[in-house]
Ligand binder design. Structure first.
Ligand SMILES: Nc1ncnc2c1ncn2[C@@H]1O[C@H](COP(=O)(O)OP(=O)(O)OP(=O)(O)O)[C@@H](O)[C@H]1O
Ligand SMILES: [Mg+2]
Length: 499
């Protein structure tokens, strides 16, 4: 059979110990198209992409580029073949500057010698499109994740690749960055390149892509024109027969007394923030990237110091010097950047799940760990959050990106906590897992805890929150009483910006 595809992957298989990550998967990409690759956590999307990137070896299968069979040797070879990648785990080097990062792999050479000046000029040019104010001499490690991501985008767009793979680009981005991303993707495809787009935000797939291919448990379920599918169809393709439940079924009638009172709080970008959080409620925090949402959680948690104003917990003024003090008082935090801040990837799922509650699993005077209890607690979380794994002993680094995210959520669900501070809880998590996490947040609230949740997916906040606090540039614009729609939150975010 002759294929007109620019990239043609057929019968690709890959086995890891205990799991068939890809099983005779097929995937075909045409020039100039935006092609979505979707599927549940652990379906095999990143594995497929890593094989094309020359990072993993396939066990069998064929790959054709422009109709010609290729054996991809390594990352360099993949690049020479015209493939470019932004992987799920960002690959920027934080100790290097933006300009140096942009030059990695695409170093401009003059008679084999790297030209510094040309490098700088190229960087400025690539950035001018979407980060005109960024100084190329900034160290990447000093930039917010969303900006780092845009730097990666500048880097791949400099490569003039035939196919650009974006593995979950939008998980780290706010609505403004997503707009920039969409613009760049449309520009490069208009020039004839193809873009492969992995996302768990199915509405984005409908908004951006021309075609969509679904993987399930390593197999290709099908490829469809976007014109022929709708949101519900995509949900069914991803979730199969898993149930996608609605968090609102768990709503509590009337929240209780304020458990946390924040009064005129200033710290870093935050200016005079005032609100209260009540027992039994989920309070959503809406706002654009850079509005101070994460800083708000970090200040309450003792990770940043209070510059002025007060925080009261159960009526008592608190000022935590460090997060462990907050933990001692029954406050838990799910950080956005879980890979760096919360996961021990060389340890098992069991250790990662029970780590902050080790004492409660230890028996007797000598505190001997009770492995059986730990295992059953871990299995409970694996089941509840549908973590795709060979079992509690599997190392976290062997899990797919979304399943790693779920491990941290699971850890924190089994704690005994009064106030939950939750930053982007469903980041990287598939559609069934997302709804399960939102349901769990509602259950925590129904059991009397208070939940403060930040999410860039405003629809998610609308689904889960009793009230929504909207932050813009560090200030509270308004607190919306529920039920709130996604659009109302978005309008409140932008209203003050325009004013
Ligand atoms: N290095 C590894 N060792 C063992 N198993 C692995 C390894 N890498 C991936 N796997 C397994 O292969 C399967 C597919 O993982 P993959 O990362 O491709 O999923 P994904 O579709 O990208 O999921 P997500 O949406 O969560 O990112 C998973 O079961 C995962 O645990
Ligand atoms: Mg992945």
């Amino acid at each position: 059979m002759i294929s007109s595809g620019l990239l043609d992957v057929s019968s690709l298989s890959k086995r890891f110990p205990g799991v068939q990550a890809l099983q005779e998967a097929n995937f075909e990409v045409n020039a100039g198209e935006i092609h979505a690759l979707i599927g549940a956590n652990g379906a095999g999307k990143s594995t497929l992409i890593k094989i094309l990137a020359g990072v993993e070896d396939a066990n069998s299968g064929t790959i054709k580029i422009d109709g010609k069979s290729v054996e991809i040797q390594d990352a360099n070879h993949s690049r020479q073949l015209g493939l470019a990648f932004i992987h799920q785990e960002l690959a920027l080097v934080s100790r290097m500057t933006v300009a140096e990062n942009l030059a990695l792999g695409v170093l401009p050479k003059k008679f084999g010698i790297v030209s510094r000046r040309k490098l700088h000029a190229q960087a400025l040019d690539a950035l001018s499109d979407f980060l005109p104010d960024l100084n190329p001499n900034t160290f990447v490690g000093d930039l917010p994740v969303a900006t780092q991501w845009l730097v990666s985008l500048a880097r791949v767009s400099m490569q003039q690749a035939k196919v650009i793979f974006l593995d979950e680009p939008t998980a780290a981005l706010g609505s403004h960055e997503v707009e920039i991303l969409f613009r760049v993707v449309r520009e490069v495809t208009a020039k004839g390149a193809a873009v492969v787009f992995v996302s768990h935000r199915l509405q984005e797939v409908l908004d951006l892509c021309d075609r969509v291919t679904t993987l399930r448990a390593g197999k290709t379920i099908g490829t469809y024109n976007i014109a022929d599918v709708d949101y519900q169809k995509l949900v069914n393709l991803v979730a199969g027969d898993e149930v996608v439940s609605s968090p609102l079924s768990e709503v509590q009638d009337s929240p209780g007394l304020p458990i946390l009172e924040v009064d005129n709080l200033s710290s870093g970008p935050l200016e005079g923030v005032t609100f209260d959080l009540r027992e039994g409620e989920v309070l959503g925090v809406g706002g654009l990237v850079g509005s101070g949402r994460t800083e708000l959680l970090e200040t309450i948690y003792g990770e940043r110091s209070v510059e002025s104003g007060t925080i009261k917990l159960e009526g008592q003024v608190v000022n935590f010097a460090q997060p462990s003090d907050a933990v001692d008082r029954g406050i838990a935090m799910l950080p956005e950047n879980r890979r760096d801040q919360a996961l021990f990837s060389e340890r098992s799922i069991r250790v990662n799940t029970v780590m902050s509650h080790l004492a409660s699993f230890a028996r007797g005077f000598l505190r001997i760990p009770n492995v059986n209890a730990e295992n059953s607690k871990t299995n409970e979380q694996i089941e509840r959050l549908m973590i795709r794994t060979t079992g509690p002993r599997q190392l976290v680094r062997e899990l797919s990106g979304g399943n790693q995210q779920k491990v941290v959520v699971g850890r924190w669900l089994c704690g005994d906590v009064k106030v939950f501070l939750v930053d982007e809880p469903t980041k990287g998590v598939d559609i069934a897992g997302k709804s399960e996490i939102l349901v769990e947040l509602r259950r925590l609230a129904a059991a009397g805890s208070a939940v403060l949740v930040v999410s860039s997916e405003l629809g998610e906040i609308a689904d889960v929150a009793d009230r929504v606090l909207v932050l813009t540039e560090g200030k509270v614009v308004t607190i919306l009483d529920g039920p709130v729609t996604e659009n109302e939150i978005l309008q409140a975010c932008y209203k003050e910006e325009a004013a």
